[in-house]
Ligand binder design. Structure first.
Ligand code: GLU
Length: 382
């Protein structure tokens, strides 16, 4: 690699704890033959195993189901009707999942398939469930492979591109790095295929209207995302404190190349995922209800601890699991805000109990903490 091809900053990938990698259709599937680029995928699997060995968690968001499936159904080139894409996805997804399983099995890595629809990331209850499953899989050492559930997604309720889906997944699981492996090596001031004067942008500290204007339109014939969906993805990712990199995936070992400083564009967030999450909690305009805590718990919270059921006296108002609530002391003074892991009804039932009693009282094994410290922000004393 020559020096001008090197990026100054592969650090976000090297240092990330949780990495989401989006793999585009054009990389996975040979455009002429409609077959899987197996050799390339082997080198990607090898890179994933390398990241895992470094102690990093990896989630793959993989396209390619439709591109792979259409050949097997004899669907001609050109734009597919929605029902044809749905059918092609059903045929292609099983092949895609099989390929990932086989190649990651060789490294002793368990692969988990997750098919998401727009509702799974946009509706709170389903969002929490999807997030819970992903966190559990990662804790157990698996590599989730995610795609949109194209077979049931209809035109109005679908992402249609995996760039934004990958960004929502990164946000959902608090990933610190998202790599979009694409057929282009990054962002240019104009489309380099049309404008020879287009300049490469290695680093985007802020997504300004000028940056958006650089994105132009149109994607490749196979994938659905162009630069525009990548910028939309970057907005979601950096808004959640996650670094995003647009990198050319076509060479073997695409992730190792990024880690070694291959040319790519980095979008840089202003804070970490945790800090962004806390800002968001602090900024909630309408906390739904309140958890009333005793003086001991109030002290523990101020020292940075989580809120356990034992320190709770009661609740105020109705709220659901996942809602932001106020945490108040016995005198009614707000001391913090946080996301409750239990509904008001359940929180009321376990108030004052030990965490080990939760299962017996509620009939299910929920989280030990009512509000985990990562989901909690102390209220500033004026
Ligand atoms: N979900 C689509 C597929 O697997 C791809 C979407 C995209 O191209 O980003 O074929």
């Amino acid at each position: 690699m020559s020096t001008e091809q090197r990026s100054a900053a592969p650090r976000p990938l090297i240092e990330a704890k949780r990495i989401v990698v989006k793999v585009g259709s054009a990389l996975l599937v040979d455009a002429q033959k409609g077959r899987l680029n197996r050799h390339w995928l082997e080198t990607l699997a090898d890179d994933v195993a390398w990241l895992r060995e470094r102690g990093q968690e990896v989630v793959l968001v993989s396209s390619g189901a439709i591109a792979l499936g259409r050949r097997h159904l004899g669907l001609a080139a050109g734009k597919l009707k929605l029902e044809e894409s749905q059918a092609a996805a059903a045929v292609g997804q099983i092949r895609l999942a099989h390929a990932y399983k086989e190649l990651l099995d060789a490294h002793g890595i368990a692969v988990a398939q997750i098919l998401l629809t727009l509702g799974d990331t946009e509706e709170r209850r389903r969002y929490l469930n999807a997030r819970g499953t992903l966190n559990t899989l990662l804790a157990l050492g698996a590599v989730p492979v995610i795609n949109e559930n194209d077979t049931v997604a209809t035109a109005e309720i679908r992402y249609g591109d995996n760039d934004r889906l990958a960004a929502r997944v990164a946000q959902m699981i608090g990933a610190d790095c998202l790599v979009l492996l694409s057929d282009i090596d990054g962002l240019y001031t104009a489309n380099p295929a049309e404008d020879p004067g287009a300049r490469f942008i290695p680093h985007v500290p802020e997504i300004t209207p000028e940056v958006e204007a650089m994105a132009g339109g149109a994607g490749t014939p196979m994938g659905s995302g162009g630069m525009q969906t990548k910028i939309a993805a970057a907005k979601i990712a950096v808004g959640a404190g996650c670094h995003l990199c647009i990198a050319k995936g076509a060479h073997d070992h695409p992730l190792r190349r990024v880690a070694q400083g291959a040319r790519c564009t980095w979008f840089v967030p202003s804070a970490t995922p945790l800090a962004m999450r806390k800002q968001w909690i602090a900024g909630t305009l309408n906390p739904r209800g309140a958890l009333v805590v005793d003086a001991g718990a109030a002290r523990a919270l101020r020292q940075g601890k989580s809120l356990l059921p034992a320190g709770m006296i009661g609740t105020e108002g109705p709220f659901d699991r996942g809602d932001t609530v106020r945490i108040v002391d016995p005198g009614g003074t707000e001391i913090a805000r946080g996301i409750s892991a239990y509904s008001a009804r359940d929180a009321q039932r376990i108030a004052g109990r030990r965490s080990t009693e939760i299962e017996r009282v509620l009939g299910f094994r929920g989280r030990e903490e009512i509000v985990h410290r990562d989901d909690l922000v102390l209220t500033k004393v004026p």
